[in-house]
Design a protein around this ligand. Structure first.
Ligand code: HEM
Length: 145
């Protein structure tokens, strides 16, 4: 359980780093009319895969964590409510957006469209992720790593 929390906490940085790089690269290449390469597709793919691994660990934690309780009292406690509702819903939404962005970008025919679609979905996903992470300054009992 402790190991899973550490893996989940550390993997956040991998997801964030990949997502920020993929978003920025998509914007730059879209703006400069650059060709969509295999490298671009792989970066988007790795971003999606890292998010999916995080989803699996998150779902496992959801069933085991002491911070997730289904009693009526849970919604009255800020930490319990955060992990039961806010964190899980926002993170799943962000992962769905990353997945749609990857698939739509891959399916688009025009090169510029591939970057535009990836950029748009990834940027929204990034904002949702940043808002839904239990950063230490939010006092939810979570750490930086
Ligand atoms: C990319 C998506 C996600 C990111 C970046 C993320 C990030 C984090 C971080 C940083 C923590 C705090 C770890 C610590 O205590 O240091 C955490 C905790 C937690 N996450 Fe996620 N998470 C994601 C997705 C999910 C999903 C989809 C679920 C469940 C549906 C989930 C369930 C949980 C639970 C239950 C905890 C509390 C674990 C505990 O301390 O007992 N997470 N998450």
């Amino acid at each position: 359980m402790n190991m899973l929390i550490h893996a989940h906490s550390g993997l956040r940085w991998v997801v964030l780093l990949l997502l920020i790089t993929a978003t920025f690269k998509a914007l730059m290449k879209w703006r400069s009319n650059a060709p969509f390469t295999e490298g671009d597709r792989k970066l988007n793919l790795f971003t999606m895969v890292s998010a999916h691994i995080q989803l699996l660990i998150g779902l496992a934690l959801f069933t085991m964590s002491t911070k997730v309780n289904f009693s009526g009292e849970a919604m009255k406690d800020p930490v319990q409510r955060f992990f039961l509702a806010e964190h899980s819903v926002m993170m799943i939404l962000a992962i769905v957006l990353i997945t749609i962005g990857y698939v739509k970008s891959k399916k688009a025919i025009e090169e510029a469209k591939k970057f535009k679609v990836a950029f748009t979905y990834f940027l929204i996903a990034l904002l949702v992720l940043l808002a839904g992470i239990p950063w230490p300054f939010r006092n939810l009992g979570a750490a930086w790593f």
